[in-house]
Design a protein around this ligand. Structure first.
Ligand code: CUA
Length: 650
């Protein structure tokens, strides 16, 4: 075992941290049982916290309980999901529409829960699609994706999706700078010509609707991560940059030349005012805005043709650069809003900037030149302190609300606890292995719930039973209620979690949707009464108005369908009981089954290819007679004269 761990360390290039690897031996019995008590949620009991883990390349968001590490649900956002029919049903296909057409996948990164006065309010959770730049809003009442907006002039939507402290904006920053507008030009003319767009998307306070208000067109750096100011720094937003060298090739070398890159401090209130007063330039654009309506149970996609862009040099006092060593990755703001932490991933130290000192430096014009017209503040004038961490490869920092910060170190595979203000290291614990993000529920708000930290690791190796060449990524829960952190649990995640957001369970449970009311169902093809069930033909389109209730479909026998028809099964679930969905599937279905929630209508398209009598059935084990929940469709040749007919119990 020891040799195996040693080998793993070498494999990971972590020879320097053998001590951490050596600790991965099985814990002794006494410790294990006290840790077990801390994560044990007895059968029938419920967890104290929700945790929403990004699914990375799964395109989706997964919901877990803390401290149990039990997975409750996968919420489809950017990827088609046969489990519910998301992205396959006619109602949800529009949600995945973009200016590039139907894109049924993305790389989902950073969840952030809506806030009021800097505290979690549990209305929505926002996530970003990294690859085809999009921002999504997921309801924390229905746990369904309600809205997706594409982000134009952006690429690798990575410094996203973080919200301001009253959910005024969800902010999205481009990782890659690109030509704006996109055009055919030589790649090696990047420097000085490409732009990095920072997008401010407003969130309507009543229904959460998104609107891209403006984009700040920044110099052609890479904008890596971001966080809002809060409390005293509310009104500002901070973005880490790398590749301030503006290299366009071999970035691992070329973008690591400068000793310092920047944290960009954006006074968004100033820019908002500038835009409200008619500032900015309207630019042609082409991006999709997709909205799912809960009453019609239907998504619509609209293409938007214009965006307001802002040249930051035209708005005095709106933008400053804070020099930050060394290719900073995470950009985190403490609960008071005073400290901005840059996690320089090529450094052992963390750089902490002071918001007060930043304001004073701006006031006193303590500049160290400029970059593309944006003033660079003097490093010493804004520096609050340096955390001499002793670790390597700092990535992300979260806070416990008790004056402590926790930073992950990818290269040295550990979480380091340090004191905000004195910058002293208090504790360090190994992670297994190569930790990326970490999450404390509410850790990015004014009011964190500092009981647990979840570390999300990039490499799993020997932590679980092997499952072929790839293992699901591991997450680890540490109890942080004491002075020292205690590792209490490992659990597998799904996809690749890049960040997570958590909140106390009772913030969500009271508003959790149990059913959709049938009498409020405004779906165009709903079957509200059983007598409304019918089949209609319009040319080669056939619309089946079908209802379900335990344990039958109405109708369940249909004749008069022909090869070449497009048959739309509009299924309305008449149940008004919590947790009783019915499913629908039919042989040869070119999409997927659909799962229809109580009171909801969903549509599945079937294009019969063969003559015959074809069964359909309910895919969800809904009752003792679930196996009896089935029916037949008779498909006749294209030129057949069989009349359309339907029935139940005849
Ligand atoms: Cu309805 Cu099984």
């Amino acid at each position: 075992m020891k040799n195996l761990n040693y080998l793993i360390c070498i494999l990971l290039g972590l020879g320097i941290t053998l001590s951490s690897c050596n600790q991965s031996q099985k814990t002794n019995g006494a410790l294990a049982s006290s840790a077990a008590e801390k994560v044990y949620v007895a059968p029938g009991e419920q967890d104290e916290f929700y945790a929403f883990l990004s699914g990375g390349y799964s395109g989706n968001l997964t919901v877990y309980g803390l401290p149990s590490g039990r997975m409750f649900k996968e919420i489809p956002v950017f990827s088609q999901f046969p489990t519910s029919g998301y992205g396959y049903s006619e109602e949800t296909k529009p949600m995945l529409n973009t200016s590039f057409g139907f894109i049924p996948w993305d790389d989902l990164h950073h969840p952030d829960i809506s806030q009021t006065n800097g505290e979690l309010d549990g209305r929505w959770i926002f996530v970003n699609g990294n690859n085809t730049p999009r921002i999504a809003r997921v309801s924390l009442s229905t746990f369904e994706t309600e809205e997706i907006i594409e982000v134009p002039n952006s690429a690798g939507n990575h410094s996203s999706s973080f919200i301001t402290e009253n959910t005024e904006y969800v902010v999205a920053g481009t990782r890659f700078s690109v030509p704006v507008p996109q055009r055919d030009m030589p790649i090696n003319e990047y420097k000085g010509n490409f732009k990095g767009a920072l997008s401010f998307i407003s969130v309507a306070p009543d229904n959460g609707r998104l609107n891209l208000e403006f984009q700040v067109l920044m110099p052609g750096f890479n904008y890596d991560l971001s966080h809002p100011g809060r409390g005293k720094s509310h009104g500002w937003f901070f973005f880490t940059t790398y590749n301030t060298e503006e290299a366009n090739s071999l970035l691992e070398v070329m973008a690591s030349q400068n000793d310092k890159d920047f944290i960009a401090a954006v006074n968004w209130k100033k820019i908002e005012e500038y835009v409200k007063n008619g500032g900015g330039t309207k630019m042609p654009a082409d991006y999709a805005h997709n909205v799912y309506d809960e009453e019609t149970h239907t998504g619509t996609s609209t293409m938007i043709k214009e965006v307001v862009t802002v040249d930051p040099t035209k708005v005095p006092g709106a933008l400053y650069f804070l020099p930050t060593p060394k290719s900073p990755h995470g950009c985190d703001v403490d609960p008071t809003g005073q400290y901005i932490i840059g996690n320089g991933k090529l450094s052992a130290d963390l750089t902490v900037h002071s918001f007060d000192k930043m304001l004073a430096a701006i006031e006193g014009e303590k500049f160290d030149g400029e970059a593309y017209g944006i003033p660079i503040l003097k490093f010493e004038e804004v520096l609050a302190g340096t955390v001499k961490s002793g670790g390597l490869g700092p990535l992300h920092t979260e806070f416990d609300g008790k004056g402590n910060a926790y930073t992950t170190f990818f290269i040295s595979s550990e979480v380091v606890k340090w004191k905000v203000g004195s910058w002293e290291v208090i504790d360090r614990k190994p992670t297994y292995y190569s930790v990326g993000h970490l999450m404390i529920p509410g850790g990015n708000s004014r009011k964190p719930f500092g009981k647990y930290v979840v570390a999300m690791n990039k490499i799993t190796k020997d932590r679980y039973l092997p499952t072929g060449p790839e293992m699901e990524h591991s997450a680890q829960i540490y109890d942080i209620s004491g002075e020292k952190m205690e590792l209490i649990y490992d659990f597998p995640t799904h996809g690749e979690p890049h960040y997570a957001a958590g909140c106390p369970a009772d913030l969500l449970t009271a508003n959790s949707k149990k059913i959709y009311r049938l009498d409020e169902n405004k779906h165009e093809y709903a079957t509200i009464g059983v007598d409304d069930a019918r089949v209609e033909r319009k040319g080669n389109e056939v619309h089946v108005y079908m209802s379900t209730i335990r344990s039958h479909f109405t109708p369940d026998n249909i004749e008069g369908i022909k090869v070449g028809d497009k048959v739309y099964f509009h299924i309305t679930n008449h149940e008004q009981d919590f947790d009783v969905p019915h499913g629908f599937s039919i042989i040869g279905q070119g999409t997927s089954e659909i799962l229809v929630m109580p009171g909801q209508t969903k549509t599945s398209l079937w294009e019969p290819k063969k003559v015959g009598v074809w069964p359909f059935y309910c895919t969800d084990f809904c009752s003792a007679l679930h196996q009896e929940m089935q029916g037949y469709v008779r498909v006749s040749p294209a030129n057949s004269n069989i009349d359309l007919s339907w029935s139940l119990g005849e």
